[in-house]
Every structure is written in structure tokens, then in C-alpha cells.
Write a protein that binds this ligand. Sequence first.
Ligand SMILES: [Fe+2]
Length: 320
Amino acid sequence: MSQADAAAQVDTSKLPNVTDVTAANITEYVHQVNASCPDDRTRFIFKSMVQHLHDFVRETSLTSEEWMTAVKFLTDTGKISTDLRSGGPEFLHRASTLVDILNNAKPPNATEATVLGPFFTDDAHDIESGGGIASEDKGDYMYVYGKVTDTKGNGIPGVVIETWETDGNGLYDNQDPNRDGPECRGRIHAKPDGTYSYRAVVPVGYSIPGDGPVGRMVQVLNRHTFRPAHIHMMLKAKGYETLTTALYLKTDKFLGSDVVFGVKSSLAVDLEYVKDPKAALSRGFPQARPHHALHYDFVLATPEEGANAREKLTLAGGKA
Ligand SMILES: [Fe+2]
């Protein structure tokens, strides 16, 4: 189709006839142009986004140079993104934690959710409670155990805990270009009474990529690029909301300044140092040496309980 034919098919009769765009009328003009979007939710989101962005430009008296810096930043995030990086630090850095909080609010007595992060994979092996997720040379021994209950304290049967963590070098297995299978990750099947345990390694904190645009932006703001040591967990059970969360080591110096704002105090844990070397053997570790133990009991919410919590947050304007 020629350009002229394509142009002839466009109906301009319902568009606003604005030929003199000014600072005073541009926002309303954009609203009118977008008003024919047939999807209510999309139209609503775009109207609010345009309003806030235009207000932001006016409030800050944004210069052309500053605007081009922002455009270059977004261009660079696109250029540097890969399957691994695009899901995490480069694009999801700023708003994702707030989106996560608003969309995964739980009742006060249920375990809090936190960001999924970019390192989840769906190829973890199924492991019975009491098994191990890490090879022998991957880090210091850590034994993880506890119970999964409902909000009334009853053990939940059939819980599956997807868990993944860094090794002793602060790296996830999928950051290794020679990865040949899951390492330091597993799909733990808890016991019928909700109790669970597994052998892992003490996770080590890590920096988000410092060579990308987000890393550079964080440095411009005179902030560090580190996440405190943590172990990710995603708990699933029939009749309950999936809980995506993580447990953070209280001793980590970055606990209070996580670069992606994922830490919640209810998810910060102390490790018990178990000196008796025989205890490691009794928990299934191959060598008799001291180990660390992480005890955490999870509380899952039903879909109804979760929906009530999110409704309360919405009624509070997303600021409760
Ligand atoms: Fe992580």
C-alpha cells in the first residue's frame, strides 16, 4: 500500500484539531489523542503516566540535556540487556519493589513477600525434605529447616518450596556460562505436616552489574551496588497463594541498604552456629565439620486473605 493510500484510510474527524502546541495545552492534547484507545485500563494507565511525566518535567524544569541523558540511559539499558540481565537489575530496578509490595500484600500474620529477582530457573530437581541442593565444594554448610502453616497455625500438607541461592563466591549457577544443570537450587517437597528441611550453603551477598547503566546511575547517586546475602524461596500449596520471598542474613553489612530495596525486617534471620561436627553428619552433610543452621517458619495466606490485605492497601492509597 502506498503512503497516500494508507493516509486515506485514517479517520481524523474525531481527533482534536490542534496546530499550536504550547506548554499550556500539550498535556490535554495528548490526553485527547489517546482517548480513543479502546481498552479502558490501558487508556487509564497512559493518561495517568502522561500526566505525571508532564508534571515531573514542569516541576523540575527539565533541561534538554537532562532529558537526553534519560533517553540515553533507557537506550543503554536496552542495548546491554540479555535474557538474564533484562529481567533484573537493568530494567526492574526502581519501581518493581513497589509494584511487588502493592500486588503481593499479605495479612499481618502471614509471611511477607519480596522481589523474585532475575535468577530463578524452572529446571530445579525435585528433592524430598531432608535432601541437599548444593554440591560439596560450593560453600559453607547451611541447614535450613522449619514449618509451613496457615494463618491459624495448622501445618499445610503438600507444600513445595522452590529455593535458589548464590554459592560461596556470591554467584548463581545461571551466571556460569558452562552451567550443565541446577546447582544451589532445588524443589523441596515438605512433609505432610508442613515441616521441611534441606542442606544448602551459606549464601554470599553480591553486586548488581556495575558496568551497566543502572550500575552507573547508582554510582552517580553515590550509592553502593550490593545486595545483602539471601536465599530465595517460592512456596506453593494447593488452596494457598504462592509466596515469593527470601530470607536475608542479619549479619550482612548491606542489610539496611539493599540496592534493590528487597529487605523486610520480618525476613531477616540469624544463623545458629552448630559447633558439634557430628551434628553435620547426622543432618546428612558428607563431612563432620561445624555448620550453620537457619530456622524459619512460613505462614501462607489463602487467596481470600490475600485479597483482603490488598484491598486494605488500595483503600489506604497504596501507602499503608
Ligand atoms: Fe538474589
